[in-house]
Write a protein of this length. Structure first.
Length: 307
């Protein structure tokens, strides 16, 4: 089975994952915004720890109205832009098109499903360090694994083909049997490091070197795991050790929320912090440290909004 892909959000994630598929000769169509003309004229460049590559001829579009209907849509937008999906997606969907939300946080699938109740939907978790460093230019610093799981629809066969396509393109990919477990596991890392790098204006390596922030990172992880368990999602406490070890070995990194803060863009507070806090509280567990971090981030965001 040959799949036609559309990439919505061709930045740090979409540019890398879509670029890898296109580099492996898959049929990939990219929606670009500010750098559309640059990519048309110059192509897409990816500097990667696994090997640099350049795509001189990219199937690039300025509007989804001009794009062909896709079998798989990779949504790689920041969740702060998800309100655009109601307009962006319909022109490229057929009845069996799978919407794959490669996004951070909790509740993204539920909200998109409310607008597209009949559409097959999957969630995607990207374990990657990558940044957009210029027009049509992505820097892939570390990792790159994808974890994809079904949210709604009978789509197992297509996800297996998607996995095969990504694997052929050099992207380690797993199909998760439990999407909610995968989402909570990703939050175990995202919640401490995204927020703390913003609040303390630092990078992951410095958080890990200082004993006090290292301990706080660990305590936040345990709180997220307790929140997951309250919601009926089993995550072992030993998962914290795996995440600490991963961060210790990681290239010094400013997570996506820190970059959004640096460039005065809206931060993904709602899905990474507010939804997990509300969901856990509704299940009877108060994630107090996470809620405090959420409050600090909203205070910082309000200051950015006034600048």
């Amino acid at each position: 089975m040959s799949l036609k892909y559309a990439v919505i959000g061709s930045g740090a994630l979409g540019g890398f994952y879509g670029g890898k598929l296109a580099h492996a000769s898959k049929d990939v169509h990219f929606l670009f915004h500010s750098d559309y003309q640059f990519v048309v004229d110059n192509g897409l460049k990816v500097d990667s720890v696994t090997g640099n590559f350049h795509l001189p001829n990219v199937q690039a579009y300025r509007s989804t109205a001009d794009m062909p209907k896709a079998d798989v849509v990779l949504v790689c937008l920041k969740t702060t832009n998800n309100y655009l999906l109601k307009t962006l997606l319909p022109p490229i969907l057929h009845s069996g098109t799978i919407i794959v939300l490669i996004q951070n946080g909790l509740g993204v699938e539920e909200d998109v499903a409310a607008d597209f109740p009949q559409q097959p939907i999957a969630g995607g978790l990207a374990f990657i360090c990558s940044n957009k460093i210029g027009d049509g230019h992505i820097a892939h610093l570390d990792y790159g694994k994808l974890n994809i799981g079904v949210f709604q629809g009978e789509i197992d066969a297509t996800l297996e083909q998607l996995k095969a396509d990504f694997s052929e393109a050099g992207v380690p990919t797993e199909v998760s049997p439990n999407l909610m477990t995968a989402r909570w596991q990703k939050l175990v890392w995202n919640i401490p490091y995204n927020g703390m790098t913003v609040v303390l204006n630092t990078t992951t390596d410095r958080l890990m070197r200082e004993a006090s922030t290292r301990q706080l990172s660990y305590e936040l992880m345990l709180e997220v795991i307790a929140g997951a368990r309250a919601c009926g999602v089993e995550v072992k406490e030993s998962f914290t050790d795996k995440m600490m070890e991963l961060t210790d070995s990681m290239t010094p990194y400013a997570p996506s929320m820190k970059l959004d803060f640096d460039y005065k863009r809206p931060m993904e507070i709602e899905y990474i912090y507010s939804r997990p806090v509300k969901t856990a509280l509704a299940a009877g567990y108060d994630m107090k440290k996470v809620a405090m971090l959420e409050t600090q981030l909203r205070f910082i965001q309000s200051g950015l909004s006034r600048q």
